[in-house]
Ligand binder design. Structure first.
Ligand code: HEM
Length: 437
């Protein structure tokens, strides 16, 4: 009986202490002008709930506090905006005191010249250099032939095997980008590069704890190894003086036509940016498209009809060209519907560089703003019967240009790789549905 009393007493004491700490933490943030919401525990905030519950955490908080609330997630005090109007306003008005607000581990591992780590004129410079590499002309003349050659080879000999589509689409996204970046050397460096790249990706999504065995430490070491691989590649190319028509070749051009000359460090971070930005997005969209096509035979049939039509107009070894891509209207619709229903990107993060008034509240300098765009994908007014996989809804072109289409972000940081990503996924689907049942 005595032991039981002690246990109950201790339990009550711990409960009181926890309540006191939580209350104290709430009081610290009870400044006038901040939006409603809870801040959770000191240091950890509500990160555990956020990571465990995912979108449900957002929904629950919105039910309690409305579409604009404060929290403390991923190590920072954060305001979450789930309001479509406000989200659009924030993305369109980044210059009024906002910079990207991605976690420290991501910035450390992706490098200080990474596009998400820079703003103002440096951002303009890095974005300009990137846009020159993936412009519609570059896609038509340089990138699409490489993508086609890669997908054609990658999607061969899958018969009579069990294919792990998640692993394969990850490999596909990485190797396809690598071929566009360094086509001549891609097959010789891929085996060494790929495992390092996968470690780098894990590191960017970890807590920045620099101890042996942590994903952060492994990711950082992977970055060092990738710097070495890319540094050697650049050096070799400079020594050989041979010109290369791939992304690295264009980045290294030293003639007067190159308006966006970058230093070697900037070139390397630009390459890591391209690999990183197109990796999770393209691989997950491709994987989910395969899943939805499997679940919806009528959609698969319609898609197959489109691709068989293209094949019938070509010789067996003739590559996919820009006109073929343009004619893939249903495929584009399948890609958008997949991105919408699977919500590949939940939202984007920004950080305030000064106290900032938003929605009638004052957001202090240094706070994160999570522009949470996921919910808009399930809005029944924009997308009737929102949980149905219905690519036909995208056949009306207007839907792609409506104001709340934020699957590829918006404003000055809108995804520059949208058309390149669509070209890769479309070519993947082309060979997938024309070669396999
Ligand atoms: C289906 C595929 C893709 C989706 C859904 C997607 C989505 C997005 C989103 C939502 C953003 C905005 C991030 C922000 O505002 O902070 C973004 C930015 C970006 N994306 Fe994509 N993306 C895709 C493919 C690609 C590809 C293939 C590339 C390759 C070059 C790429 C390169 C970038 C870059 C460099 C940025 C940063 C732009 C800047 O900060 O100015 N993306 N993407």
């Amino acid at each position: 009986m005595g032991v039981l009393m002690v246990i109950v007493g201790m339990f009550v004491m711990v409960l009181c202490m926890c309540t006191a700490v939580l209350r104290w933490n709430e009081m610290r943030y009870r400044k006038k002008g901040l939006p409603p919401g809870t801040m959770g525990w000191p240091v950890f905030g509500e990160t555990t709930e956020f990571l465990k519950q995912g979108p449900n955490f957002m929904k629950n908080q919105r039910a309690r506090y409305g579409s604009f609330f404060k929290s403390h997630i991923l190590g920072c005090p954060t305001v979450v905006s789930m309001d479509p109007e406000l989200n659009r306003y924030i993305l369109m008005n980044e210059a009024k005191g906002l910079v990207p607000g991605y976690p420290q581990s991501m910035l450390d591992i992706l490098g200080k010249c990474n596009i998400a780590a820079v703003h103002g004129s440096t951002h303009k410079q890095m974005r300009g250099a990137l846009l020159a590499l993936i412009s519609p002309t570059m896609i038509r003349q340089q990138l699409l032939p490489k993508i086609d050659e890669f997908m054609r080879a990658f999607l061969s000999n899958w018969d009579n095997q069990v294919i792990n589509i998640q692993d394969r689409t990850k490999e596909m996204a990485f190797l396809s980008s690598l071929k566009q970046i360094a086509s001549a050397e891609s097959s010789s460096v891929a085996q060494q590069f790929m495992p390092e790249f996968f470690k780098l990706v894990l590191g960017t999504l970890s807590l920045p704890i620099d101890l042996p065995g942590t994903n952060y430490r492994r990711g950082f070491q992977a970055r060092q190894n990738i710097l070495k691989i890319l540094g050697q590649l650049i050096e070799k190319r400079r020594d050989s003086e041979e010109s290369h028509k791939d992304m690295l070749g264009y980045l290294m051009r030293n003639d007067d036509n190159n308006r966006h000359k970058l230093s070697d460090d900037e070139i390397i971070d630009q390459i890591i940016t391209i690999l990183y930005s197109g990796y999770e997005t393209v691989s997950t969209t491709s994987m989910m498209a395969v899943k939805y096509l499997h679940d919806h035979p009528t959609v698969l049939e319609e898609l197959r009809k489109e691709h068989r039509g293209i094949r019938e107009r070509k010789r067996a070894d003739e590559p996919i060209e820009c006109n073929d891509l343009k004619s893939m209207r249903f495929t584009r619709a399948v890609i958008f519907e997949t991105s919408r229903l699977a919500t590949i990107v939940n939202g984007v993060l920004r950080k305030t560089t000064q106290d900032m008034e938003l929605n009638g509240y004052v957001i202090p300098k240094g706070w994160r703003i999570y522009v949470y765009t996921r919910e808009i994908n399930y809005d029944p007014f924009l997308y009737p019967d929102p949980l149905a996989f219905n690519p036909w809804r995208w056949m009306d072109k207007g839907l792609e240009s409506q104001n709340y289409f934020l699957i590829f972000g918006g404003g000055t940081r809108q995804c520059p790789g949208k058309e390149l990503g669509i070209a890769e996924i479309s070519t993947f689907l082309h060979y997938f549905v024309t070669r396999y049942r």
